[in-house]
Structure formats: C-alpha cells, structure tokens
Design a protein around this ligand. Structure first.
Ligand code: MG
Length: 162
C-alpha cells in the first residue's frame, strides 16, 4: 500500500431536529427546545469528524463501523464513537494534524457555544485546541436546515505519520 505522510479526510452529516430530545453538538449539550434524532445522540459534529478521520485513513465510514442495526450502538454517546475511531487511528500509526468543522444551523445561534465545543472536541481527539476549528453558519432561511428542521455539519481532517 502506498502511504503518504499526510492525508486528508472529509465528513458530512445531517440529522433532523425534533421535540423531546437533548441537543448534542461536538460532545456538548446545548440548551435548546429540540434535539437531533438518531440511534445515537445524533451529534452531527462528532459524526462528521468520525467520517473525516475514517476517510483520511481509507477505513470506511461510521455506518460501517457502528451499524444502526446493532443494538450496542442504540443511545450511545457519540463521544464514545469518536474515541473508538481515534483509538483506531492511533493503532494504525496516525496522529491528528488538524480538524476544521462547519456547523449549519438556523437555531440555536452557536456563537456563544463555539469555545466550549472547541475545548470538548480537542479533548476527545487528544489534541491541542489550536488543532481544532469550529465554525457556525446559518443557511439563510433556505432548505431544511434553513427552516430549522435539521442541523448539518461538515469536517475536514488531516492525519499524519509521526
Ligand atoms: Mg449521524
């Protein structure tokens, strides 16, 4: 196998916002009237990061590693999924370069939570805060995200051989 010293991965996720669920983003519970629907806690930020890390490794995706149909993953905290992905990354000889996340959400406004998300994501990755970037945007009232029916996130990750 050809192994490059630095590799890039991309991840994307979207979950519906529904009543009666807590809102988890980046491993942080955000006060909001609705939360993300999913078999796990629906944390689109951590799911996008998992997929980006797995993508950089060429190791499949989150659905393959943690199938919806497997009862072990029902209700699981996405922080646990990410920690398993990071353990796999390290076991395969990679370390994180950086991660850059964009969250698309109409509500709640995330500016006040960005610092907390960054701290939490860095801790889950075993990384320094300056290796982690969290950005937030709205979709200008357009599409399902813009109507507040869903929250989406994208992540780009670099990994490198120490
Ligand atoms: Mg997901």
């Amino acid at each position: 196998m050809h192994i490059m010293p630095i590799r890039v991965g991309h991840g994307y996720d979207l979950h519906r916002l529904v009543e009666g669920r807590p809102l988890w983003l980046g491993g942080v519970e955000i006060p909001h009237a609705r939360g993300l629907l999913g078999h796990s806690d629906g944390d689109v930020v951590l799911h996008a990061i998992c997929d980006a890390v797995l993508g950089a490794m060429g190791a499949g995706d989150i659905g393959e590693h943690f199938p919806d149909a497997d009862p072990r993953y029902h209700g699981i905290a996405s922080s646990e999924l990410l920690q398993q992905v990071v353990a796999r990354m390290r076991a395969d000889g990679w370390r994180l370069g950086n991660v850059d996340v964009t969250i698309c959400a109409e509500q709640p406004r995330l500016a006040a939570h960005r610092a907390a998300l960054r701290t939490r994501v860095a801790a889950l990755l075993g990384a320094a805060e300056n290796q982690v970037s969290i950005k937030a945007k709205t979709n200008e009232g357009l599409d399902a995200v813009g109507r507040g029916a869903a929250i989406a996130a994208t992540a780009v990750v670099t990994i490198e051989r120490p």
